[in-house]
Design a protein around this ligand. Structure first.
Ligand SMILES: [Zn+2]
Ligand SMILES: [Zn+2]
Length: 278
């Protein structure tokens, strides 16, 4: 398909365009109407969080010769995957694939909280002591590589249209920056939006130091999985302004620098929380 060829040829500029565009919008919105006061020096946090993003992008390019879109093309060429095997209307296949990919991201998120060795990687994301647009891209490189491998496996089994994969990548990137941002919006708007997309007030609860709250709101795109599987939490016990963000066992406030973030899974003790239900 010509459209798919265009996407394939321009995947990097398309994705970078969305990334920088949405990042800029959220960063300005955070400045203009912040939800909570930040507790850490912003310049230091941003330098390290953004540094980690660049490091991860470089590493992912180095390790994987193809991105998820390339994997979808490969699956189609070889007739692999359910959606390449059965005759499904194109539009239906795109929508079903985007929703299914999101469901697997939800499951993966629950898994990295439940398995101690994976929690070691994932807690780099949770160790951020403030919560803003840069938190949304702050993941340990090994977790990024793990999620790429899981995504490749899902694509091979599902055989999604190429359009669905690139749409999903763009949507996931966009919603992650949106729902990690420190933006203020009317509570009534938040409540309506929450039926369709994970909002900042909803995902922020997942970053609470309260274990019951860390074990909730795993969704990144759509909020339905949390509601369906009983992991939804509407409000933090101490409220959006009173709740503490981060990992309690880290002790006195520390702002992890890039080197410490890379090393973090291998050095620190697991602490009291290892993803189990209290
Ligand atoms: Zn998490
Ligand atoms: Zn998060």
């Amino acid at each position: 398909m010509e459209f798919e060829a265009f996407i394939r040829a321009n995947e990097v500029p398309i994705r970078l365009g969305f990334f920088f565009g949405i990042f800029a919008v959220m960063a300005v919105w955070e400045l203009a109407a912040p939800r909570r006061p930040l507790t850490q020096p912003k310049g230091v946090r941003w330098a390290n969080n953004v540094g980690l993003v660049f490091f991860n992008s470089f590493l992912a390019r180095l390790v994987f010769p193809t991105a998820a879109v390339g994997m979808a093309l490969f699956a189609r060429e070889h007739g692999w995957g359910l959606l390449n095997h059965f005759q499904v209307p194109y539009a239906l296949a795109v929508v079903a694939a985007v929703i299914a990919l999101d469901f697997f991201i939800y499951l993966q998120h629950v898994m990295v909280h439940a398995v101690p060795v994976l929690w070691r990687l994932h807690r780099v994301h949770h160790a951020d002591l403030d919560y803003d647009v840069t938190t949304g891209a702050r993941f340990h490189p090994l977790e990024i590589l793990l999620s790429m491998l899981i995504k490749f496996a899902v694509i091979v089994v599902m055989g999604p249209p190429v359009l669905a994969v690139i749409l999903f990548e763009i949507i996931l990137n966009a919603t992650s920056m949106f729902n990690h941002s420190n933006v203020q919006m009317p509570v009534r708007l938040d409540r309506v939006l929450r039926w369709f997309v994970v909002t900042p007030d909803m995902h922020r609860i997942h970053h609470s130091v309260d274990v019951r709250e860390t074990n909730s709101n795993y969704g990144f795109n759509v909020p339905w999985w949390d509601r369906l599987f009983g992991t939804y939490c509407a409000e933090p016990a101490l409220g959006q302004l009173g709740m503490k963000i981060g990992l309690e066992h880290l002790g006195p406030p520390v702002c992890l620098n890039l080197f410490m973030m890379l090393r973090f899974p291998f050095v620190a003790t697991l602490g009291r929380y290892v993803g189990r239900q209290p």
